[in-house]
Design a protein around this ligand. Structure first.
Ligand code: SF4
Length: 123
């Protein structure tokens, strides 16, 4: 049975309002998502999941993502939303937070460098 990618099934602990964007909102990449087919239960944590089980499930989800033709699009979607739960584009929620923090830091460094360049050019 075809499913939307990342629909939180009965095992998911994802609030309904934080479910992934619909296909028309997220773009055509959804239709090529490998996780549409049968593996959506891998991508979200059931409630009270033990750490070892979570790590194992996340690694399995990442292996699915690694063979997905739309991994980059999916990852960028999850970073831009941002999606707070689940594995998206081969990244866990914690890994996405790290990527976003690095991006913010890099943007600040670039702005600071640009400001310093203006000051140097003006002086
Ligand atoms: S990269 Fe992973 S989470 Fe994203 S669509 Fe593909 S299989 Fe699903």
């Amino acid at each position: 049975m075809l499913q939307q990618p990342h629909q939180p099934l009965q095992v998911a602990a994802v609030p309904a309002q934080r479910t992934p964007a619909r296909e028309d909102e997220a773009g055509p990449w959804h239709s090529e998502a490998v996780c549409r087919r049968d593996e959506a239960g891998l991508f979200f944590a059931p409630s009270k999941e033990p750490t070892a089980a979570r790590l194992s499930r996340e690694e399995s989800a990442k292996r699915v993502c690694a063979r997905c033709p739309v991994m980059i699009e999916c990852q960028e979607h999850a970073l831009m939303q941002p999606e707070p739960y689940g594995v998206w584009g081969g990244l866990t929620a914690a890994e996405r937070r790290v990527v976003l923090a690095r991006r913010r830091r890099r943007e600040m460094e670039l702005k600071a460098a640009a400001s310093a360049g203006h000051i140097a050019a003006a002086g």
